[in-house]
Ligand binder design. Structure first.
Ligand code: SF4
Ligand code: SF4
Length: 91
């Protein structure tokens, strides 16, 4: 099941703590993410976090240790892939 694009689910996402989400990518994504937080979240096509609900990242390219399996969304939505930031739908 696709993870719903809600702010509650975003709060549970661990991507921001993941080693794959480099500081460079976080800094690059921050301004756009901040603006999008005030938009209708479930209407967004892309967001630089919670990649299982959106498409892949526009910045992250390398798996440095995906922690999706520890995420509550992963458990609640019965996800079975990882690296959603690298490939849309996960690997
Ligand atoms: S499963 Fe992974 S991509 Fe999805 S919300 Fe959790 S940490 Fe983020
Ligand atoms: S999808 Fe996995 S590898 Fe990518 S940032 Fe999120 S936790 Fe890290």
């Amino acid at each position: 099941m696709r993870v719903e694009k809600t702010k509650e689910n975003l709060q549970r996402c661990l991507c921001m703590s993941c080693p794959s989400y480099t500081m460079g990518c976080k800094l690059k994504a921050m301004p756009e993410n901040m603006v999008k937080m005030f938009e209708d979240f479930d209407k967004l096509d892309h967001f630089e976090c919670m990649f299982c609900a959106f498409d892949k990242s526009h910045c992250i390219e390398q798996d440095r240790g995906c922690i999706c399996a520890k995420c509550q969304n992963y458990k609640d939505y019965n996800l079975n892939h990882e690296d959603y930031c690298i490939k849309t739908g996960g690997i």
